[in-house]
Structure formats: structure tokens, C-alpha cells
Design a protein around this ligand. Structure first.
Ligand code: HEC
Length: 171
């Protein structure tokens, strides 16, 4: 490298270095000034204060070593509703939530609800046989009817009223 080149290179590096240093200093100065002013202004602003108040009202804080039993989370009132939904309450809802899965469209060879020709011979067997087949399951020519439609948690009464409902639809 010629001497003039290396001289230029040294000065150039020095200038760049100084500029970088100045940038960092300006940045640090701006942060220092801005930080104090911003925080002070924000925390004294009425809207900020009221919004923070709104967020923390009703907050439940557990304190170590104290009686925190009041903080126990109570099951929401909605939980009881969901439990009631999972078990149908009458023939119609049993049909809609359980039996309809197959019988509404006649899936898997199930006699379609409301289809008179599919049901007439079955109804002719008598109510007792229909109840028995619905409760215990039935494996006929059409397909497999699972016991209680696969919902063994259903009461016999619910299954019977669902049978009555479907028989009613086919009349
Ligand atoms: C997984 C599908 C499926 C579900 C769910 C289902 N069934 Fe069935 N069901 C069938 C099939 C398939 C048949 C036809 C069986 C045959 O004749 O071979 C049938 C037949 C029947 C019959 C006629 C039985 C007979 O002797 O001819 C009754 C009554 C019946 N189901 C009632 C119900 C009731 C009540 C429910 C709800 C609790 C229910 N089913 C849910 C598939 C289902």
C-alpha cells in the first residue's frame, strides 16, 4: 500500500469511529431525557390513571402466608347447563342428540325416521319388541342397531320415549 493510501485509510477510520461514537452518545442522551419526561407525563395523565384503575379493580391477589380461601375459583353457573345438555331429557331430545345420528338420514341401514314403508313392518312387531331391540341392540337384515343407540348412559325410559317419538313420526 502506498503511504498516501494508508494515511487516507487511517483518517477515514478515525472519522467513521468518531461518527459512530457521536451517534451512540446522542442516542443515550435522548433515551435519558425522554425516559424521565415520558414516565412522569404518563403516570400523571388522568386517562392513564383511570384506565389502570379500571384494569386492576376486582383483581384478586393472593398473599403468601395469609388466608386466601376467598380466592377459590367457583365453577361458573354455565357448567350446570352443559352437564344437562349432555344427557337428553325427553324422547324428542334423545332422538335429536343420539338416535338421529343414524335414523334421521337412514345411515348404515337404519330405518329412516318418518319413512312409513321402512317402519310399518317394524311397528307391526309390536311395541315390546321395538323397545327390546332399541334397549338391547338388534342385528337384523338392515344393519347393526347398537344397544341404546350406543349411549348406554341413557335411561331405559329415555330410549323408550325416543322409540315412541320415531314410531310417531312414521304414522
Ligand atoms: C349407529 C347407528 C344407530 C343409532 C345411533 C341408533 N340406531 Fe336404531 N337402528 C340402527 C339400524 C342400522 C337399525 C336397523 C337394524 C336392522 O333391522 O337390521 C336400527 C333399528 C332400530 C329400531 C327397529 C328395530 C326393529 O326391531 O326393527 C328401533 C326401534 C331403533 N333402531 C331405535 C333406536 C333408538 C331409540 C335410538 C336412539 C336411542 C337408535 N335407534 C339409535 C342404527 C342406529
Amino acid at each position: 500500500m502506498a503511504t498516501s493510501d494508508s494515511k487516507f485509510f487511517n483518517i477515514f477510520s478515525l472519522v467513521i469511529g468518531l461518527l459512530v461514537l457521536i451517534t451512540i452518545l446522542i442516542f443515550a442522551f435522548a433515551r435519558a431525557v425522554g425516559h424521565d419526561l415520558q414516565t412522569a407525563k404518563r403516570t400523571s395523565e388522568a386517562r392513564y390513571v383511570s384506565e389502570v384503575d379500571a384494569r386492576v379493580t376486582g383483581a384478586r391477589v393472593a398473599v403468601a402466608g395469609q388466608d386466601n380461601s376467598a380466592l377459590t375459583i367457583q365453577p361458573a353457573a354455565g357448567a350446570a347447563v352443559t352437564a344437562a345438555l349432555t344427557l337428553p331429557t325427553d324422547g324428542l331430545s334423545t332422538y335429536e342428540t343420539v338416535c338421529g345420528a343414524c335414523h334421521a338420514q337412514g345411515i348404515g341401514g337404519a330405518p329412516k325416521a318418518g319413512d312409513k314403508s321402512a317402519w310399518s313392518a317394524r311397528i307391526a312387531q309390536g311395541q315390546a319388541t321395538l323397545y327390546k331391540h332399541a334397549l338391547e341392540g338388534y342385528n337384523g337384515k338392515g344393519g347393526v342397531m347398537p344397544a341404546k343407540g350406543g349411549r348406554t348412559d341413557l335411561t331405559d325410559e329415555l330410549v323408550k320415549s325416543a322409540v315412541d317419538h320415531m314410531v310417531g313420526l312414521a304414522k
